[in-house]
Design a protein around this ligand. Structure first.
Ligand code: ADP
Length: 259
């Protein structure tokens, strides 16, 4: 547990990690976990050593997205060894407790689990740790933003107004606690018909781009609504690994280059 100074927790670095990048969203279902794994895979393809920390205690998705399960082994000091696939290290509550058990947890237990995930994992000298945040602005976000030295955050939103409003709330929270915001990722920005090539803006057009411009935020990139992203995620192989040359993969890789 980090020490306190003048009532404020001291922000700590995660042992064995060079840069910590948060991937956050205002609401669930906008593709935040999918962006997290594909960014991790992209950074890996750019020659970086990468890990993912799944900070969603109640709804961990990283085990499925990386096709991993099983209990982590422990070091002699009782730290958790990450589980790895596709060259990406990962740690998730999903490896430690079946999700149906965690769901009945209350505040203190959740915070204790989070401390363990944050500070007691034996990462092996990573260039980047991508933290897949739970949606919204709850206790986990507050704990992470108060206790952890974070190098940058990425906010994922769809162009829909409601997702965007929630995303902006998340941005304000990060600004208040001095977490650098790298920029916004617009996910499911348009659908390109595989038959005729027509682009449909299913969730509205360019909502994120306009809002970002208005508020002076950087837009790191736009990811199309793409069936292959969904299918590959469901099969436990991120599209950037399964099909690195596809336009959707290149969109993720281009975002990773800006980090
Ligand atoms: P969140 O982490 O925000 O809750 P997920 O990453 O779990 O969202 O994504 C929700 C669903 O949307 C998943 O089924 C995922 O495969 C799908 N999905 C995410 N991004 C895209 C995309 N760009 N195109 C198609 N499906 C997507």
């Amino acid at each position: 547990m980090p020490r306190m100074s003048k009532g404020l927790p001291i922000k700590q670095r995660i042992p064995g990690v060079n840069k910590v990048i948060l991937v956050a969203s205002g609401k669930g279902g906008v593709g935040k976990s999918t962006v997290s794994v594909n960014l991790a895979a992209s950074l890996n393809s750019l020659g970086k050593k990468v890990g993912i920390l799944d900070a969603d205690i109640f709804g961990p998705s990283i085990p499925k997205l990386l096709n991993l399960n099983g209990e982590p082994r422990l070091t002699d000091q009782g730290k958790l060894f990450p589980l790895s696939n596709y060259g990406i290290e990962s740690m998730s509550m999903g490896y430690l407790v079946p999700p149906e058990n965690a769901i009945v947890w209350r505040g203190l237990m959740v915070m204790k689990a989070l401390q363990q995930l944050l500070f007691e994992v034996q990462w092996s000298n990573l260039d980047y740790l991508v933290i897949d945040m739970p949606p919204g602005t709850g206790d986990t976000q507050l704990t992470i933003s108060q206790q952890l030295k974070v190098d940058g955050s990425i906010i994922v939103s769809t162009p829909q107004d409601i997702a965007l409003i929630d995303a902006i709330k998340g941005i304000h929270m990060f600004e208040k606690v001095n977490i650098p915001i790298l920029g916004l990722v617009q996910n499911m920005s348009f659908f390109c018909c595989p038959n005729c090539g027509h682009e449909s803006h299913i969730f509205g057009s360019d909502g994120v781009l306009k809002e970002a411009k208005r508020k002076n935020f950087e837009v790191l990139g736009s990811i199309p609504l793409n069936e292959e992203i969904c299918l590959q995620s469901d099969s436990g192989k991120p599209i950037v690994i399964a099909n690195p040359q596809s336009p959707a993969s290149l969109a993720y890789i281009n975002i990773a280059k800006t980090i």
